[in-house]
Design a protein around this ligand. Sequence first.
Ligand SMILES: Nc1ncnc2c1ncn2[C@@H]1O[C@H](COP(=O)(O)OP(=O)(O)OP(=O)(O)O)[C@@H](O)[C@H]1O
Ligand SMILES: [Mg+2]
Length: 252
Amino acid sequence: MSYAIEIKDLTVYYNSTCALSDINLTVAENDFLAIIGPNGGGKSTLVKSVLGIVRPQCGEIKIFGYDPEKYAVPIGYVPQFSHSIHDFPISVIDVILTGRLQGRTGLFHRYSKKDYETAENLLDRLNITELRNRQISQLSGGQFQKVMILRALATEPELLLLDEPTANVDNDSKTQIYEFLKEINNSVTIILITHDTAAISSYVKNVACLNKKLFYHGEIELDNDIIQKTFGCPVDLIAHGVPHRVLRDHGE
Ligand SMILES: Nc1ncnc2c1ncn2[C@@H]1O[C@H](COP(=O)(O)OP(=O)(O)OP(=O)(O)O)[C@@H](O)[C@H]1O
Ligand SMILES: [Mg+2]
């Protein structure tokens, strides 16, 4: 069995704040893993550790069997808050093309025919070719998120990390995004951080519950006990297949 990601005994502190405590997690190739947990639970920190943006106090991370510091594997990443670039004067196609730059920066870089073909093919696959020349400031929130996902895929990564890509996205666009992710999951391992429980039950293969510690990692057979441990209170329970709501009152 080969793994896309292997995390052993990972602990991360920001000064005196412990964000992740002794995390062990393996993600198989072509998995579609959702990570859920409360605000401040360390989900973004975990993704940033995999990317090498955050340095752990201890632990080991391997990506496709390699130490990422020694062997740079292309990873697609959609950060949690990319809104700050929403106002930049740049077109959709140019944003996606920047995804092709990984490791190829140069002041006068010119994109190749292959770069354009890759970017245009992605626009086509998500059915947003008509947005090609639009300024990103003129996109709706959902359209902008789609462009950010395509930008992450422009690197042709084998691993895609998405940090709440469907926050503020309407239901139709959510469905389009999840259907698209499901399709590309044939060739790309996906880790999705989300608070979107409907998506979890319908699209992902496995789920991990994170609140500083990892409380559960496996197929989607969560029970109230695990959810309560992760969130500290009862929340929507997620079942396989049909989204299914089992909500108990606090203190019950
Ligand atoms: N750069 C930072 N410096 C100091 N503390 C940080 C930093 N980034 C995150 N933290 C703290 O680490 C903890 C985990 O934060 P993280 O952003 O990983 O949570 P999260 O699960 O992604 O939350 P959310 O659902 O709100 O996005 C929180 O207590 C947060 O305040
Ligand atoms: Mg976060």
